[in-house]
Write a protein that binds this ligand. Structure first.
Ligand code: FE2
Ligand code: FE2
Length: 279
């Protein structure tokens, strides 16, 4: 049985345009009035647009090798969703810049890092990199949709962006993985890349969070340690992701072994008028 056939009933992947316009009145510290957590979410948003373009390109490279019509269709929807995520987060990043987050210099370093990956890694490794990052986005999206104490701490206008993104990341969480499997990707390449990406990704997010805090005079060690404790200690949302993160290292892992399709339904009505393409 192929990995794509392993879970028969997938949620429909729907491409929705959000058309985000965040009001100027939304405060700079949009996450519970907290500078660290706002900087952390801003850091995530900063890396999304270029990261998602990287995902699209790494999957697109293998598009012509696919024969399963369902997977071919899912890849098209995956590309549509990620392209829109990039656009919406670019709009959010512009708003962040207006609020004083130094987006431009950070973005330059993110782009340099991704360009280096494009130059140094072959297509298979680039796809493995996408798989690893898609696993992070999938498990963080799951947490975002299941733990309202996190999402409710965000300003409602910004929560709408992250909720929409989390729903679509859930819908397409297996697409890159299935492309990897269908085109002969192996276990060791997948997990060794995950080990590298885990270190690089979190080092980069920590560095960006610190840069944003420093730019507003909040970059002291105690602020970083307190914020870090919130993330990995108590309440520790990142620590709580560890079991799902480790699932990735099982040889027979597949993203839909964690069946969280039920999380999408509550958003269907809310997002219905945003749909521009569906299965
Ligand atoms: Fe995305
Ligand atoms: Fe994604």
């Amino acid at each position: 049985m192929t990995a794509h056939a392993a879970v028969l009933s997938r949620p429909a992947i729907q491409v929705r345009r959000l058309g985000l316009k965040i009001s100027a009145s939304v405060p700079k510290h949009f996450f519970a009035d907290d500078p660290f957590l706002s900087a952390f979410y801003a850091a995530m948003s900063t890396v999304f647009p270029d990261g998602e373009r990287f995902f699209i390109d790494s999957v697109r490279h293998y598009q012509k090798e696919l024969s399963d019509p369902n997977l071919i269709s899912e890849v098209r929807k995956f590309i549509g969703q990620e392209a829109h995520h990039g656009q919406e987060h670019e709009a959010f990043n512009e708003w962040l810049e207006e609020k004083g987050y130094p987006i431009a210099p950070v973005l330059k370093r993110v782009q340099e890092g991704l360009n280096m990956a494009r130059q140094r890694l072959g297509p298979r490794q680039q796809l493995a990199m996408t798989l690893a990052l898609e696993h992070f986005t999938a498990i963080m999206a799951n947490q975002f949709l299941t733990r309202p104490e996190i999402s409710e701490a965000l300003h409602p206008e910004i929560r709408a962006l992250f909720s929409w993104h989390a729903v679509e990341e859930t819908e397409h969480k297996a697409v890159a993985y299935d492309v990897y499997q269908a085109t002969g990707g192996g276990y060791w390449n997948r997990v060794l890349m995950m080990v590298q990406i885990t270190m690089l990704f979190w080092m980069r997010i920590t560095a960006i969070t610190h840069a944003y805090l420093k730019s507003e005079g909040n970059g002291g060690l105690m602020r970083m340690l307190r914020g870090g404790w919130w993330l990995v200690g108590n309440p520790g949302p990142l620590r709580r992701l560890i079991p799902e993160y480790l699932d990735y290292f099982r040889p027979g892992f597949h993203p839909w072994q964690h069946d969280n399709r039920a999380l999408i339904a509550p958003f269907q009505d809310e997002l219905q008028d945003r749909v521009i393409a569906r299965n």
